[in-house]
Structures are given as C-alpha cells and as structure tokens.
Design a protein around this ligand. Structure first.
Ligand SMILES: Nc1ncnc2c1ncn2[C@@H]1O[C@H](COP(=O)(O)OP(=O)(O)OP(=O)(O)O)[C@@H](O)[C@H]1O
Length: 279
C-alpha cells in the first residue's frame, strides 16, 4: 500500500502486512518470562469473559502452574474486582509490577493505575491498544507458565489491534446461549482465523440453571445450540458453565479463587496439551 501508516488498527486494507500479524507484535520486558499466552474473547460484552478468564487462571494455578492475568478489557476492567485486589500498581527501575493475588496469581489491569476504581476510561482505540501493549512490554511478568488475557469484547477496532499486538498461542471463545443463534460467534471465529491464531475451543456460559433441590438442569434460554455451532465452525467444546448464585457471589465478593466446580477442567487439559504439543 502506498499510504501505509503501519497502524493496522486504523486501516481496513487486507494487505500482506495484515496477513502476517507477527510482524508487529511487541516484545516482552527483558525481565519477564511468559511461556504461553491464551486470549479469552467474546463476540459481545457481558457474557462472562472475565469470569472465564479468572477461573482458567485459578484452575491452572490449582494444578501447580504459575499463572497471570493481563486485563486487556481497558474500558470495562473487572479482573481486580473478581480477585479482590484493591492496591495500586507499584513500579521499580525496570518496569511495572503486577499485583499478586492471595493464591499467587499475577494480575495487571488499568484499574490498578487509575486514581479511583470508578474513574471511566474514555480513551480512543489507539490509546487503549497502546496501554495493552505497555502491559505486555513494561510489566515484569516473572516466570509465568500461562498468561490469560481478558480481551476487549466484540470484534471491532480495539480487540483487533489488541489481537495484533500480543503473541497469543491460542484463544478461547466465550458465548452465552443467546449468542449462538446469532452471527456474533461467527464474527469472533472469523476474527481469530484472520489473525492466524489457533482457536482452542468454545465455552458456553450461563448454559443452564440447576435446581438446588432435585438437581434437574433447566435450559433457561431454550435448547442449546452449542453442538450445532461447534460443528459448524469446527470448534471444540471446552465446557458449559451454569448460571449460579455462587458464581455471582464469588465475583461480587472478590473471592473468585474460592470457586467450586469442575467446569474448567477440560479446558485446562486442552491448554496443558498445547505445552505438550510444542515440546
Ligand atoms: N455463570 C454465571 N453465574 C452467575 N453469574 C454470572 C455468571 N457469569 C457471569 N456472571 C455475572 O455476570 C456479570 C458479567 O460477567 P463478566 O464480567 O465475566 O462478563 P464479561 O463478558 O467479561 O463482560 P464485559 O465484556 O462487558 O467486561 C458478572 O457480574 C458476573 O458475576
């Protein structure tokens, strides 16, 4: 392209440079070590992407790995809240230091840099993407086996630019049952394919409600279309998470590390397998 400004986030041309996203990935801080980076995406907001990101980090941490969460959802950051982290980010001469949660998960989020948690982030796309890049380049991520990235929701400019700036080893798509009947999941799948990032699979959140008395599973949104969508887009089903007051409580109280349930175990097996495949 003759007028290339090298900012693919602000350009819609499908040129050779866009097709090779590795060209513009940012390098990690030289004090950091991160083995695998998994992006957690959703076609739209509010489907439980942050919940899944946090539960994945907790599940792999329970299996003995060092895990971290990079909160790239800059305009709607919820990671510090679900982990009950209130402190501001500290820095030393080499870079920014992530906060460490009670069970030892390292996290970095824009909320740890704002003066007040409830200050809105009203920045434009390039500034947001620049912030996420800095979370990668300027934060000292020590000895991380698995980093989970809570991606900005949707398939627009900001998630696209974030996709392009981080060296993701795979992505997990989070959906709600309603999304599966629309084109939203297709857009998320196609964005990952455009970026040449392997899709590890799909997690259906709010999949059902289980009666606390008789154990019956009720599909509140009607019969699930998960299998159908997984077959259509050639996706592996990583898990189904019920809608439960317990999950809502652990998020609200900032104690996600105490969640009980085995919904993320299959996803964790698949993630461990990436490691084995690479060896
Ligand atoms: N399975 C569930 N059971 C109960 N509550 C849930 C469940 N999933 C999500 N929630 C609640 O829904 C809210 C939104 O979830 P979450 O922040 O994970 O969504 P999100 O997709 O990351 O949203 P956004 O993209 O807008 O940041 C949270 O308050 C969470 O407590």
């Amino acid at each position: 392209m003759s007028e290339c400004n090298h900012d693919c986030g602000s350009c819609s041309e499908n040129c050779a440079e866009r097709q090779n996203p590795a060209d513009f990935k940012e390098s990690l801080n030289e004090m950091s070590s991160v083995k695998k980076v998994i992006g957690v995406v959703s076609g739209k907001g509010g489907v439980g992407k942050s919940l899944v990101t946090a539960m994945m980090a907790v599940t792999l941490n329970r299996r003995g790995y060092n895990t971290a969460v990079l909160d790239a959802d800059v305009t709607g950051p919820s990671i510090p809240k679900v982990f009950g982290v209130k402190e501001r980010a500290q820095a030393n001469e080499f870079g920014l230091l992530p906060a460490r949660t009670k069970s030892g998960i390292d996290i970095m989020s824009i909320n740890m840099l704002l003066e007040n948690d409830d200050d809105p982030v009203v920045w434009r796309g390039p500034i947001i993407a620049g912030t996420v890049k800095q979370f990668w380049t300027d934060v000292i991520w020590t000895d991380v086996d698995y980093m989970f990235v809570d991606m900005p929701p949707g398939t627009g400019d900001v998630p696209l630019t974030v996709f392009q700036s981080l060296p993701l080893d795979g992505i997990i798509i989070v959906t709600s049952p309603q999304e599966l009947v629309s084109m939203i999941v297709a857009k998320a799948v196609n964005m990952a394919k455009m970026m040449n990032i392997p899709i590890l699979g799909v997690v259906e959140n709010m999949s059902y409600v289980q009666c606390p008395d008789c154990g019956k599973k009720i599909q509140v949104f009607g019969e699930s279309h998960l299998e159908e969508a997984a077959a259509k887009y050639d996706l592996q089903i990583l898990g189904r998470i019920p809608m439960t007051p317990d999950l809502s409580r652990v998020c609200d109280q900032g104690v996600i590390e105490l969640f009980e349930g085995d919904w993320m175990e299959h996803a964790a097996d698949v993630i461990e397998k990436i490691e084995e495949d690479a060896e």
